[in-house]
Design a protein around this ligand. Structure first.
Ligand SMILES: NC(=O)c1ccc[n+]([C@@H]2O[C@H](COP(=O)([O-])OP(=O)(O)OC[C@H]3O[C@@H](n4cnc5c(N)ncnc54)[C@H](O)[C@@H]3O)[C@@H](O)[C@H]2O)c1
Ligand SMILES: [Zn+2]
Length: 346
C-alpha cells in the first residue's frame, strides 16, 4: 500500500502522474467536494487530459444505478485501460470509484484522494470496494487496491462536526480492537480533534492507518484476522440499513454498534463491568445510545441475519475480551442481542 500523508500535499499527485507517464485521468467526485475543491484539483492536473463524473452526495449514490451510469459515461468518453481513475471524496466516492476501477475493462488503475476523516483513516486503506444493493450494505463488491493514496489533512478543515464524529467511530474502533491506550488518548483529545488541530489529527490518522494496515496485511482477503475490523459493525450495519442509510451515517452507527456489542460482551462475561463502563462512557461522549422497541428490534435482527459476515444462520459478532483485544463470536444468544437493543441499561 502506497500512502502519502501530510498537510498541503495533494499537489504531489502531479509528480506521481508524471513519473508514471499517465496522460489521462477519470475523476470521480461528489457535488460537495466538487464545489469546494475541484478548481484546486483541476489546476494540479491541468497538464493531463481529464474527465469528471460528479455524484450526488450521500450513501444513496452507492448503488448499481450509479455504477451503470458511470460505465455509460466511460464508454461514451472512450476511456481506455491506460486511464487512471481518481477517487476524490469521502468513503462513498471511494467505494464507487474503486468498484468501477476494479470492473471496467477488467480493471483500471486507481488513486484515492480521501477527503473525509472516515475515508482518510479507513475506507481508502484496505482495498475493499463496492456498493449497497436491495437494502443490504456493501453486499456487492470486491477487493481492489489503489496504486496510491494521498491523504491531505487540509481537506478536513471544511468537515462538519458530524463528519468528524463519523471518522472517529473507526478511529476509536482501532483503539478498542488493537491498542487501548490509543482509544484513551483519542477520547482525551476530543476537544482538539473537533477544533481541527491538524497536528493532533495527523498523529491519529497515522496511528489508525498503521493499525488497519497491520491487520489487513495479515489477511488481505478478509477470511481470518481482518474480521476484527468489524467490531461494532454487526449491529452498526443493522442500524444503518434499518433507517435506509439516512438517519445515522456509517461512523455514527458503528459507535452505537460498539456500545451495544460491548454490552453483549459484558453480559456474556467476556469483559468486566469497569471495562464495559470505560468503553460506554468514552463512546457516549460522541453518540448517545437509544432504546429500540420490539418491532424495531425484530427488523434489526432480521437485517443482521443477512449480514455477509455470518456463517450458516448464526449472527457473527466481534466482541471485546480484554482492553485493546477482541475476538470473533458465533454463538451469541439472541435474547442478549434483544436485551442490548432494548436498552434498559442505558
Ligand atoms: N471500503 C472500506 O473499507 C470502507 C470502510 C469504511 C467505510 N466505508 C464506506 O464509506 C462510506 C462513508 O464514507 P464517508 O463517511 O466519507 O461518507 P461520504 O463519502 O458520504 O462523505 C460524507 C459527506 O461529507 C462530504 N464531504 C466529503 N469531503 C468533504 C470535505 N473535505 N469537506 C466538506 N464536506 C465533505 C460529502 O459530500 C458527504 O456529504 C460508507 O458507504 C461506508 O460503507 C468503506
Ligand atoms: Zn466501518
Amino acid at each position: 500500500m502506497n500512502i502519502l500523508i501530510g498537510e498541503n500535499i495533494v499537489y504531489k499527485l502531479k509528480e506521481y502522474l508524471k513519473a508514471k507517464k499517465v496522460n489521462r485521468l477519470y475523476i470521480i467526485t461528489d457535488e460537495n467536494v466538487s464545489r469546494l475543491y475541484i478548481y484546486g484539483l483541476k489546476d494540479i492536473v491541468k497538464d493531463f487530459s481529464i474527465n469528471i463524473y460528479t455524484l450526488k452526495p450521500g450513501e444513496e449514490s452507492k448503488s448499481m444505478a450509479t455504477i451503470l451510469s458511470i460505465y455509460d459515461d466511460l464508454i461514451k468518453n472512450n476511456v481506455d485501460r491506460n486511464t487512471i481513475i481518481l477517487s476524490f471524496g469521502g468513503g462513498v466516492v471511494g467505494d464507487i470509484a474503486g468498484f468501477v476501477a476494479a470492473t471496467y475493462k477488467r480493471g483500471l488503475k486507481y488513486i484515492q484522494i480521501p477527503t473525509t476523516l472516515l475515508a482518510q483513516v479507513d475506507s481508502s486503506v484496505g482495498g475493499k470496494v463496492g456498493i449497497d444493493y436491495n437494502g443490504y450494505k456493501n453486499i456487492i463488491g470486491s477487493f481492489y487496491f489503489p496504486e496510491m493514496t494521498i491523504i491531505d489533512l487540509e481537506f478536513l478543515k471544511t468537515l462538519s462536526s458530524r463528519e468528524i464524529t463519523c471518522g472517529l467511530g473507526e478511529v476509536l474502533k482501532c483503539g478498542l480492537i488493537y491498542d487501548y491506550k490509543f482509544f484513551q488518548s483519542t477520547i482525551d483529545n476530543l476537544d482538539n480533534i473537533y477544533n481541527k488541530r491538524l497536528d493532533i489529527l495527523l498523529g491519529i490518522i497515522k496511528k489508525s492507518i498503521g493499525i488497519k494496515k497491520e491487520v489487513v496485511s495479515k489477511d488481505r482477503y478478509d477470511i481470518g484476522m481482518r474480521r476484527i475490523l468489524n467490531f461494532g459493525h454487526t449491529i452498526g450495519h443493522g442500524i444503518e440499513a434499518y433507517y435506509n442509510f439516512n438517519k445515522y451515517n456509517h461512523g455514527e452507527a458503528v459507535i452505537l454498534g460498539m456500545i451495544y456489542e460491548s454490552y453483549i460482551a459484558y453480559k456474556m462475561g467476556l469483559i468486566d463491568s469497569p471495562y464495559f463502563n470505560e468503553i460506554y462512557h468514552g463512546l457516549k461522549k460522541l453518540m448517545a445510545p437509544v432504546r429500540f422497541n420490539d418491532g424495531e428490534i425484530r427488523n434489526l435482527i432480521h437485517i443482521m441475519k443477512n449480514d455477509k459476515k455470518n456463517f450458516d444462520d448464526n449472527i457473527v459478532f466481534v466482541l471485546p475480551v480484554l482492553r485493546g483485544k477482541v475476538e470473533l463470536c458465533k454463538n451469541v444468544d439472541e435474547r442478549l442481542i434483544v436485551e442490548s437493543l432494548e436498552g434498559e441499561w442505558i
